[in-house]
Design a protein around this ligand. Structure first.
Ligand SMILES: [Zn+2]
Length: 109
């Protein structure tokens, strides 16, 4: 499961950076086009954090909307779902936003 590995790497990054510090809250940004399902990360989080300094920590996920620009007609639009397709029929689009996957901040107890 993709999200399990991602959740593990988030937890690992926090514990390596803040060894021995109890964590109250982790803020994540998961873009709409990142291919990562936020609910699955939430589900994995409790399991992965068990026995770590993140056990019981809150997980706050924000999901920035995706934004694309068509290379053929120049239109900017918000794609529906993970597949970007312009109204003009072109799939040759540049993704401007929505592929984020990062820890924005961590709150220590
Ligand atoms: Zn277009």
């Amino acid at each position: 499961m993709h999200e399990l590995a991602i959740t593990e790497s988030v937890v690992q990054a926090v514990t390596e950076r803040l060894p021995g510090r109890p964590i109250a809250c982790v803020h994540l940004e998961i873009g709409a086009m990142s291919g990562v399902v936020a609910d699955s990360v939430r589900f994995c989080f409790d399991m992965v954090t068990e026995g770590t300094t993140l056990e019981g920590a809150k997980l706050d996920i924000s999901q920035p909307a995706a934004r694309c620009r068509c290379r053929d007609c120049g239109a900017e639009f918000e794609p529906e779902g993970a597949i970007a397709l312009c109204d003009c029929g072109s799939a040759d689009v540049a993704v401007l936003a929505g592929q984020e996957l990062r820890i924005t901040s961590v709150e220590v107890v």
